[in-house]
Design a protein. Structure first.
Length: 175
């Protein structure tokens, strides 16, 4: 069996819509995720299959119950697994692309929730960066010579999160 690894897929495709589109492009090229587990957000293993049209749904849910899973399965969806709190479903199709059980209002609400979280964490990281730069320039702290590295790491965390927030908010306003 031929396999390949996709590194950091949920981070390189940061919104559910982008991750769904990526999964669907991979399926069209003949690549399907084997199974999703605890480490799949970092290292996602894909196996070579026959190229096919597959609709993927990435549904961020903190808590799921039996009704949630049964509803999708009764409608013909296959549960692929969970990437952190992102539940991934798939369904093969031939003609018309099947719709998920989410309407535009629930997608907007989901994007608003994700924007709140990513925006808050990104803003905190950037505030930490500014504070670290200020302390480093002033020479305050036990590791005052490492302030550039520490501020850089905080920027690498904060800037992508703020960018994801901007994308989510733009989608919300456009919808």
């Amino acid at each position: 069996m031929t396999t390949k690894t996709a590194w950091l897929a949920p981070f390189t495709h940061p919104t559910p819509e982008r991750l769904e589109a990526w999964f669907e492009r991979e399926a069209a090229a003949g690549w399907q995720p084997d199974e999703l587990g605890d480490m799949s957000a970092i290292r996602l293993r894909m196996r070579k299959t026959k190229a096919s049209q597959v609709r993927y749904v990435v549904d961020p849910q903190q808590r799921v119950d039996e009704d949630y899973i049964a509803t999708y399965q009764d409608a013909g969806w296959q549960y692929v697994g969970e990437l952190s709190s992102l539940h991934v479903w798939r369904r093969r199709y031939r003609d018309e692309r099947p719709e998920a059980f989410t309407d535009s209002a629930s997608r907007r609400a989901r994007n608003r929730r994700l924007a709140w979280v990513t925006g808050a964490v990104g803003a905190l990281a950037l505030v930490g960066m500014v504070i670290r730069v200020g302390l480093g320039v002033a020479g305050i702290g036990a590791s005052s010579e490492d302030w550039v590295l520490e501020a850089g790491v905080l920027a690498l965390i904060g800037l992508p999160l703020v960018a994801v927030t901007a994308v989510l908010l733009r989608r919300r306003d456009a919808a």
